[in-house]
Write a protein that binds this ligand. Structure first.
Ligand SMILES: [Zn+2]
Length: 348
């Protein structure tokens, strides 16, 4: 079926991503999104099209709610799956097929992981129409980093030393609303492309918060932080973590009359919610099959590009033009919308 060096079409893998998105809502795991990562035996041609026998090396669906993980988006889950299966996180030369255009967090991680091409079906406009808007997150990149976060040296001496003592040997930590350490984060990227200190700190904190809520008998889904938490990072957090902090609702001001409804959140991020010690940018290193570490896209470049979101697209990004797969993807979105209206789906 597949000949050596012969070009392979995208249709089957796009259909697979849409099938996964449908399965995800039928199983009530989360949003209507699916993704697969494919490696081709003879690499890619000049247009990024696969050549020779394909191999699916990772699959993912949205698991934000069941994993209590605000960054368990479809594409990141697929990248984590590929890293676990292969025992290394570098995916250079692979194609990411996804049922919907990536959000900026997933794009940052896909770029950092070395993905060579992304092909998606539904657009972010279509996602917005069913309640999944990324506009706020794209807008975050239009402002310079110091408008979202504060260099520790700008704090008064006593407060600065207290935070440095708490951070001690760790790469990042999350403080609760009283200023006590709630979780630490350290680097472990060998089998997880997102295993950087700042992301690990936020993920651990939200999971711990979810466990506490469960112990108290609270049955509500928990996938973000309570109000007033702070992320302290040794380095300027990687762009993917800036967006993660927003998905976790750490950057926003909540409306006290509607604390659980993100639609009422203040749109101006609070720069004191993310503090960094050094002026160095946190990078997203990945490990290749030989154990060598690479940084595919410098975090500083991602932040500094004035033309975002295009700068996030260092990787070749395309939309499917297949009519059959597009209408199937739209049907899944419609099914999600109908299910939400009938109260069958988890609300984000
Ligand atoms: Zn995403």
């Amino acid at each position: 079926m597949y000949s050596k060096g012969k070009r392979v079409g995208d249709g089957f893998f796009l259909a697979l991503s849409v099938f996964l998105s449908q399965a995800n809502i039928e199983q009530h795991h989360g949003g209507p999104f699916g993704a697969v990562i494919v490696e081709f035996e003879d690499g890619l041609d000049a247009h990024g099209k696969g050549l020779g026998k394909p191999r699916v090396i990772g699959v993912g669906t949205n698991h934000v709610v069941p994993h209590h993980d605000p960054c368990a988006h479809t594409e990141i889950e697929a990248l984590r799956d590929a890293a676990k299966r292969q025992d290394f996180s570098d995916v250079r030369g692979c194609v990411l097929y996804t049922s919907c255009e990536c959000c900026p967090m997933c794009l940052s991680v896909a770029n950092g992981s070395g993905i060579s091409r992304i092909v998606s079906v539904n657009t972010r406009g279509q996602a917005e129409a069913i309640g999944f808007s990324d506009q706020l997150q794209y807008d975050l990149f239009r402002l310079p980093p110091h408008q979202h976060m504060t260099w520790m040296n700008r704090l008064e001496e006593g407060k600065r030393q207290d935070l440095l003592d708490k951070l001690s040997e760790h790469g990042a930590m999350v403080l609760d609303h009283k200023g006590d350490v709630f979780a630490y984060g350290d680097v472990d990227t060998s089998r997880d492309p997102t295993g950087i200190a700042s992301i690990n700190a936020v993920r651990k904190a939200v999971k711990k918060h979810a466990d506490h809520q469960k112990q108290k008998g609270n049955q509500e889904p928990v996938f973000c932080s309570p109000d007033g938490w702070t992320l302290v990072s040794r380095d300027i957090p990687h762009p993917s973590d800036l967006i993660l902090a927003d998905w976790a609702r750490m950057l926003r001001h909540r409306d006290h009359a509607n604390p659980e409804n993100p639609a009422f959140d203040g749109k101006t991020p609070d720069p004191l919610r993310i503090l960094h010690v050094t002026m160095t940018y946190e990078q997203l290193p990945v490990m290749d099959r030989h154990g060598c570490v690479h940084v595919h896209q410098d975090a500083h470049v991602t932040y500094q590009q004035p033309t975002l979101p295009d700068a996030l697209r260092a990787v070749l990004t395309q939309h499917s033009r297949g009519r059959v797969v597009s209408s199937a993807a739209q049907e899944v979105f419609q099914a999600w919308k109908d299910g939400t209206r009938e109260g069958k789906q988890v609300r984000y």
